[in-house]
Design a protein around this ligand. Structure first.
Ligand SMILES: Nc1ncnc2c1ncn2[C@@H]1O[C@H](COP(=O)(O)OP(=O)(O)OP(=O)(O)O)[C@@H](O)[C@H]1O
Length: 645
């Protein structure tokens, strides 16, 4: 027995005798549905606060739209609209009558007379100082717009709509796709933006939590004569869809794709720039898509319409579904594969349910498993112990690495196009690595490094992409940021990490992106294979840049030399001419004595003004020009911009 239990403290003693003594509550075993869990922990899915929730909702819908169009090899056309809904409009939407405040002091933003006077006086003082500074020609510091009265402020509501030209969804599947947490079509081993079967449901859960309004889905598949319209909401406790309306409507134009609409609480003011950055970076990594982004409100000056035009029709190949690599499977997965396989015997199972196991290889593996195993044994009859044996062998045996054929990287061409379009840099280098592997999953790292450009700050500007999704949050902990900051010695490549405007773009694709958390915000720095592939890819770009930079420095130095030489030509020519003139006079007196001189011809020309200071200037200038030309020729030949037969 714990000693503390037996010796009751005086305070405890007193307490236990008091009337208000609390009985320890009995522990009650409870269960939670996945929907309830995510509703209570929405931050882990990127729904931390209203602003971030608006951002994540846009993100989830856009990524689903792209996945959908790409799955049918259709060049994506995605339209996103965020419509601001004023409180009174929102109230009328839900049938709530607007009501004026009666008891003002009840509210969080209530300000008594004294506090109001104080605030107004402070604001007046600030304005006065600013006006004074302005008249004195001093730089006026931008002060944030008056915050006015303290308070949590009113909630802002937004209708988010995302329309695509993708595959659409089967009529009967829609309720589960949007109303059951952890249901999706992207659980297979394939490079997709979506993975968890969570995003769209989180948008719905957030709308349920903040506005109580359902989600609306219109969708049609190719050649379908009807459009499914579905309005639904989610039963959080049971994690099942609660369908309000599910009907088929006419589809005269044979439209295919999906249009999703949710009304949520959000904060456009604080997340405007993040949302626009996201759209811009998505356009960089998806230059074959056409995006239209609209923000619509009652205040026309706040409205935004941006079109990101398609810049290429070259679409990366569709990622392919692949099979598991033997070194990446665990016991549970092997058991599931056994349950699901259509193969009869162990040999067929090993050969067909995994990558990199050929028939002879499978036979050798079975031989290694021991006398209890045979090629012909029924795979479904394997005992638990036998499955463990297979697992142990898979962990220890050597297998070829999985190939990267199933992956679909953006491609150097697209990456370069995106960087040039986005930053308009002075220099850019790109690199596409070959497929590598971590924990049995293939991955490819592509990188781009740029110098200079518009809207680029001095130092490192990092752009990260995973399975072609821009990652905007948790930058500090990400493998790309850490590598660029800590493991690249920029000065080795003649790049100044502090002063140069450096753009670092890294795109990683894999059948499994090891995101930290379900929010898909960043990739940790703890996977050695990924960290070293990222470093290598950045270094390869830097090596390319270095030779460009060195050549540029040489060209600049040569220009400088030419400028210096040219600057001294008049002085040098003057000095030489004066010497020659003096020599002419000396020559005249010497000639009278010995009448013979090697320089006679030159001096004669000087005395007869056939050579003047101007002649010398002209000759020297020509010489500098000639030297410069030869050097330029040599530079161009070496840098490859001129070929000499
Ligand atoms: N615009 C769309 N077009 C076609 N199918 C869609 C669309 N949006 C959602 N879906 C379907 O609904 C499923 C669930 O989507 P949801 O966003 O919840 O999860 P996910 O995309 O599979 O994974 P993640 O949570 O990682 O985003 C998807 O797997 C997809 O099959």
């Amino acid at each position: 027995m714990d000693e503390r239990d037996s010796s009751e403290s005086p305070i405890q003693g007193k307490k236990s005798k008091s009337k208000t003594a609390r009985k320890p509550k009995e522990t009650v075993l409870k269960q939670k549905s996945p929907a309830e869990f995510f509703a209570e922990n929405k931050n882990i899915a990127g729904f931390d606060n209203p602003g971030k929730s608006l951002y994540t909702t846009v993100r989830e819908l856009v990524e689903n739209a792209l996945d959908s169009a790409e799955s049918i090899s259709k060049l994506p056309v995605v339209e996103v609209t965020i419509e601001e809904i004023k409180k009174s409009k929102f109230n009328s939407m839900i049938g709530l009558v607007d009501r004026e405040r009666v008891d003002a002091a009840l509210y969080d933003d209530y300000e008594n007379e004294k506090a109001r006077e104080k605030r107004l006086a402070k604001e007046a003082r600030t304005q006065e100082i600013q006006a004074k500074n302005a008249t004195l020609g001093k730089k006026v510091k931008e002060t944030p717009a008056s915050k006015g009265i303290k308070g949590r402020g009113e909630a802002s509501f937004y209708r988010v709509t995302c329309k695509d030209n993708g595959k659409g969804m089967p009529h009967d599947d829609i309720p589960n796709m949007f109303g059951r947490v952890l249901s999706g079509t992207k659980y297979g081993l394939k490079q997709t933006r979506g993975k968890f079967g969570l995003g769209a449901k989180m948008a719905l859960i957030w709308s349920k939590m903040s506005t109580g309004l359902p989600i609306e889905i219109s969708s049609s598949m190719k050649n379908q004569t009807y459009i499914t319209f579905c309005r639904l909401d989610i039963d959080i406790h049971k994690n099942i869809p609660h369908v309000h309306l599910h009907e088929k409507r006419e589809n005269k134009e044979f439209w295919h794709g999906a249009e999703i609409q949710v009304v949520i609480e959000g904060n456009w003011t604080t997340y405007r720039s993040k949302i626009l950055h996201y759209m811009r970076q998505m356009a960089v990594i998806t230059p074959y898509a056409q995006f239209q982004f609209k923000f619509v409100s009652d205040a026309p000056d706040k409205n935004v319409t941006i079109r990101f035009a398609r810049r290429t029709d070259v679409m990366p190949p569709i990622p392919l579904e692949t099979k598991h690599h033997p070194s990446s499977v665990d016991l549970l997965l092997i058991k599931r594969l056994i349950t699901e396989t259509s193969k009869q015997n162990l040999l067929q199972f090993l050969q067909h349910e995994f990558v990199n196991i050929s028939k002879p290889h499978a036979e050798r593996l079975i031989g290694e498993m021991g006398p209890d195993f045979s090629s012909k044994m029924a795979v479904k009859s394997l005992t638990s112990q036998q499955v463990v044996r297979i697992h142990q062998l898979f962990r220890q045996a050597k297998f070829d690495d999985p190939s990267g054929h199933c992956l679909s990287p953006a491609g150097e061409y697209n990456l370069r196009l995106g960087i040039i379009k986005e930053l308009n840099p002075d220099m850019v280098a790109t690199y596409s690595g070959s497929a590598q592997v971590f924990e049995g999953h293939p991955f490819i790292v592509e990188a781009g490094v740029s110098i200079g450009g518009k809207d680029v700050k001095q130092g490192l500007n990092i752009f990260r992409f995973a399975n072609r999704i821009p990652l905007l949050f948790e930058q500090g902990a990400d493998v790309v940021t850490r590598t660029a900051l800590k493991r690249i010695n920029w000065s080795n490549y003649k790049i100044n990490q502090i002063q140069d405007k450096i753009g670092v773009f890294v795109s990683i694709v894999s059948t499994k992106i090891p995101f930290k958390g379900t929010g898909k915000e960043y990739i940790g720095d703890d996977i050695t294979e990924i960290a070293s592939a990222v470093k290598y890819a950045i270094q390869q770009c830097c090596i390319q840049l270095k030779s460009k930079i060195v050549k540029r420095i040489q060209a600049r130095e040569q220009q400088e030399r030419k400028r210096n030489l040219s600057r001294y030509i008049p002085d040098a020519a003057g000095a030489v001419y004066n010497v020659l003139k003096d020599m002419t006079q000396l020559h005249a007196s010497k000639k009278s004595r010995n009448g013979n001189d090697d320089d006679a011809e030159l001096l004669r020309k000087v005395s007869e003004k056939l050579i003047t200071k101007e002649t010398l200037i002209e000759k020297l200038a020509k010489h500098v020009e000639q030297v410069d030309y030869e050097m330029a020729l040599e530079y161009a030949t070496h840098s490859g911009s001129l070929t000499v037969d």
